[in-house]
Ligand binder design. Structure first.
Ligand SMILES: Cc1cc2nc3c(=O)[nH]c(=O)nc-3n(C[C@H](O)[C@H](O)[C@H](O)COP(=O)(O)OP(=O)(O)OC[C@H]3O[C@@H](n4cnc5c(N)ncnc54)[C@H](O)[C@@H]3O)c2cc1C
Length: 471
């Protein structure tokens, strides 16, 4: 390494690694410092329960990863990343044993909502089908970073996306479609009445039709390992087991790029109260299961789906999310579950399975949601508990302990609420830049926000190389 680095990156999550790899590929000298013993942040895989059961403590399913313009532009397959698709991207089962589904076929997905709503669903997604790449380029960035590539669809999608999901749901007559939309919007960790939750629902639905909702072979760690391997190929270095507490602990560099929360960035880089206004959101209660067999879902579709949403009505989903954001204990949680070992035999011993599930709880909540989560699973998969060989649970304090970015257990590193939904971490032409000319932020606290897609890292890297080349 040269005595003066071009860039030091703090944090080896998907955004930090993407920023580092993109800078290294452009010939800059880069070193990454990571607090944990391994790279990955929210994209990692560990034997959390029993030997041979490889769990994803954080992200598991990657609709935004496979569709990410940043990931597509990097040779990650050559560095070991292989996407595996379940027969159905998503199943959303109902108490009568039926299920709404999302697949590559819009027709099949629409028909699963029932004849009264199939046409409305087709009309909702039709304008955007076949345009994922331009939509992703235009929407997974800051609105003021140049003109959109497809202005017509940008405006049209923007008008649909800015609505609350509850408003979008009024296009549908039946409960199935409304529950499907509320469940998709639930990925924002905000009730479906919140601004722009329609955009989240629409983006996830389109992702299922365009690219699927895959899991990486070997688990989420494969995404991080591929990025780290690409970075090293271009001369970048990574130092793990090193928590950065102050800027002056770091080697001299022309730029410092933080894959951290805005609060940690301000503390470490001495930016005072620059991000005191920034708000963190509700949290999750996560359970990773080692199972003796596949989940015995009543709905046949759920047995073939990579992701299963458990929330029988839009009303129940709304109540669960509202409780979490208003600080109330979970009673009937909305569950997001994933079944990676249905398609990836490397994740569990033969015939056995890993199962990933979380429900929403208030920030910092210290209770135990295992009972309410398993009661809900038993409603839709009777006999589930009999299959449990071991479980690893993590509520907000555990989630925050694993990763400093998840303040109070907020897995999105920032609330999806009010103006912060579209403007984060603060109103600025370049939200990746800070008051310190050499310090940048690249975590999911910057646009386009949470998820394993590396787009925040990509945009931050762009801001860094523009600054370095101008210097
Ligand atoms: C339970 C859970 C489920 C999720 N499910 C999904 C999913 O299925 N699909 C999906 O796309 N996304 C999912 N996510 C969200 C996704 O994991 C995050 O949005 C994503 O990882 C954010 O990437 P990042 O690089 O911004 O930050 P992170 O992945 O959080 O990485 C930040 C890194 O910085 C390190 N760090 C922080 N402070 C310091 C410091 N001071 N010094 C050194 N290192 C530091 C941390 O240790 C960490 O490794 C989930 C998250 C959780 C927790």
């Amino acid at each position: 390494m040269p005595s003066m680095l071009d860039a030091v990156v703090v944090g080896a999550g998907p955004n930090g690694l993407t920023a580092a790899a993109e800078l290294a590929r452009r010939g800059f000298a880069v070193e990454v410092f990571e607090a944990a013993e391994t790279v990955g942040g929210g994209a990692r895989t560990e034997e959390l329960t029993l030997p041979g059961f490889r769990h994803d403590p954080c992200s598991a399913v990657h609709p935004l990863g496979i569709g990410s313009p940043a990931f597509k532009a990097m040779p990650l397959a050559r560095h070991g990343l292989e996407w595996l698709q379940a027969p159905l991207s998503l199943a959303h089962p109902f108490p009568d044993g039926s299920a709404a589904v999302l697949t590559g076929s819009v027709g099949e997905s629409a028909m699963s909502l029932g004849p009264a709503d199939a046409g409305a669903y087709r009309r909702l997604v039709a304008p955007y089908l076949g345009h994922w790449d331009t939509l992703a380029e235009d929407f997974l960035r800051t609105p003021w970073d140049g003109l959109p590539r497809d202005p017509y669809r940008w405006v049209r999608f923007g008008l649909d996306a800015l609505q609350p999901a509850a408003l979008l749901s009024r296009r549908f007559r039946g409960e199935k479609a409304r529950a499907l939309i509320a469940g998709l919007a639930g990925h924002a960790i905000a009730p479906p009445g919140s601004l722009a939750t329609a955009g989240v629902a629409l983006l996830f639905a389109l992702a299922a039709h365009e690219n699927g909702w895959p899991v990486p072979r070997g688990g989420s760690q494969a995404v991080s390992d591929a990025l780290a391997s690409l970075l090293r190929e271009h001369g970048g270095a990574i130092r793990t087991g090193t928590e950065v507490k102050r800027l002056d602990e770091l080697p001299p560099a022309r730029a410092y790029v933080f894959d951290t929360s805005p609060t940690a960035l301000a503390r470490i880089a001495g930016l005072g109260g620059a991000y005191d206004h920034y708000r963190y959101g509700a949290s999750c209660f996560k359970i990773d299961y080692a199972l003796s067999g596949p989940v015995p879902w009543t709905a046949e579709e759920a047995r073939r789906a990579g992701t299963v949403h458990v929330g029988p009505t839009a009303g129940e989903i709304e109540a669960a999310l509202r409780a979490a954001v208003s600080g109330r204990d979970p009673s009937v949680p909305f569950l997001i579950t994933a079944q990676p070992s249905l398609v990836d035999p490397t994740r569990a011993p033969e015939g056995r399975h890993v199962f990933w599930v979380y429900g929403h709880v208030p920030a910092g909540w210290e209770g135990d949601a295992t009972e309410v989560i398993e009661r809900q699973l038993e409603r839709f998969a009777p006999g589930f508990r009999d299959l449990v060989l071991a479980r690893a649970v993590a509520g907000p304090p555990g989630i925050a302990r694993r990763n400093a970015n998840y303040v109070g257990g907020d897995i999105a590193t920032g609330a999806f609420a009010g103006l912060q939904t579209v403007i984060r971490p603060k109103l600025a032409r370049v939200p990746y830049a800070t008051a310190h000319p050499a310090v940048f932020l690249c975590s999911s606290a910057t646009p386009p926000g949470p998820g394993v897609h590396g787009m925040s890292g990509h945009h931050a890297a762009k801001a860094v190389w523009r600054r370095l080349r101008a210097a």
